[in-house]
Design a protein around this ligand. Sequence first.
Ligand code: GLC
Length: 570
Amino acid sequence: MTEHEASVDASVISDDPDWWRQAAVYQIYPRSFADSDGDGIGDLRGITSRVPYLRELGVDAVWLSPFYPSALADGGYDVDDYRDVDPRLGTLDDFDEMVAALHRAGIRIITDIVPNHSSNRHEWFREALAAGPGSPERDRYVFRDGHGPHLDQPPSDWESMFGGSAWEPTDDGQFYLHLFAPEQPDFNWHHPDVRADFLKTLRFWSDRGVDGFRVDVAHALAKDLSHPLPTHAELEATRLVTDGSHPLWDREELDEIYAEWRAVFNEYDPPRIAVAEAWVAPSRRHRYAAETSLGQAFNFDLLRDDFDAGDFRRTIADNLVFARESGSSNTWVFSNHDVVRHATRYGLPDDQGQDGAVGRAWVLSGGQTPPLDRDRGVRRARAATLLMLALPGCAYLYQGEELGLHEVAEIPDDARQDPTFFRSPGVDRGRDGCRVPLPWVADAPAFGFGPADASYLPQPEWFREHAVDVEASDPDSTLSLYRRALALRRELQAAETLTWAEHGDDPEVLAFDRPGGWRVVTNFRPRPVPMPAGDVLVASGPLDEASDSPGARELPGETTVWLRVAPSVD
Ligand code: GLC
């Protein structure tokens, strides 16, 4: 028995088919989580070695971003082989050991599936290039003849999501479509081989014990590329149409594709789950979340809101309705591997908004302007997260947020990895700042990320104070808050309902009750407000320091509290 096996108990995951409805899911970006072999890149054995940490954190599941063989043109979202492990990250045996260790610790695993595009090193794409125009091999992707007298003009003026043309020339007069990087050719989902191969991939990982899938750009697979192709401006103008008529996004044919996937999920007991990454109009989310489809869909609305009581209330209320419509549970998320960390967004000036745009502007300025109030950002992030963890539904957390990490702006250009940086020079510094390897041990090389002296993306000196060993021994740290809140959440989560409560009639204070006498109150004001009645279960910040009138109880500014109150009689 290895040391690791001895350190976990024999608990196994339950066979509850509804386990996902109110789970806390922790996203691992594998290259940046923990490095076991000293090459400066995180790997699967590194994850296995940290299973005790995950168990102590109290999450129900992990979601792993891609770990497949890849040239890393887009951080692994350019997949060479969907049914293997990148040798730098380990082997299929390492994968099996990791799954077993997670399951023994009672933690489920969701893997990322990338169906819109493969990498340009995928066997099928290499065959397509070799076989030439008009061949059946080309038909698995989207190839079109070039325009103009020399066939050197792209078929349309479409721009890729990462900047530049969405069409890449081949050397035989054709172009292929890539909605993302040129190294990510889009599949043709009308092709039966493509459809069959993904069913095979879903079974491959399900058979290895994977509990579910996060589906990358789930709204893009079906496309109408009939002629004449619309212009880029036309595509953009109709991007969020809600009738399924957009040529690229959110088309009706997706229902058919995901119905086939659903049939595969339901071959397993309990059925495998899936969550759609679909940046669609909120009113269309239910299509992906339906139980005949993927079953759950990310809701990025909170992530885009400012730290504002009115915005939060509207988003929560709307999404409770959407969940009822789809029969799925709610999903909530503030941070992931694609966006500026929420501690940083919330530390930027109020008058500039705290959504992605201002966060990216801050990264672009090298962390100089607009000015970042680090303490305020973390204070608000803790308040927002404690609110989120009390909402009915599934909470998605991103590695490092439990340490209160800020975005890293100070990454030298020659260390950057993200294609958005390379394809939009000077305009977007990319997403590397939220992907910097985690600090585990304050006084160790690479802050304990692994045995090497440095990690593949450089860690800033200020990571030291956020190292796991520092935060684990501090009862007031963000890590301690997450641990306490996640443990309590497990005890308290019951029916997926919420009742709004009043706090005086202060519009800047959000209050709601969950079944069983659990009240949640967030003060969005910077100033304290009177403390609501009830026994404090957990608070996102110190409760005693903001009071300037001794004896009077106050809820400090930008703080959330969970209270035990007498259950209401429904
Ligand atoms: C998704 C991923 C993102 C990736 C893109 C292309 O949005 O979250 O990281 O770059 O898809 O696969």
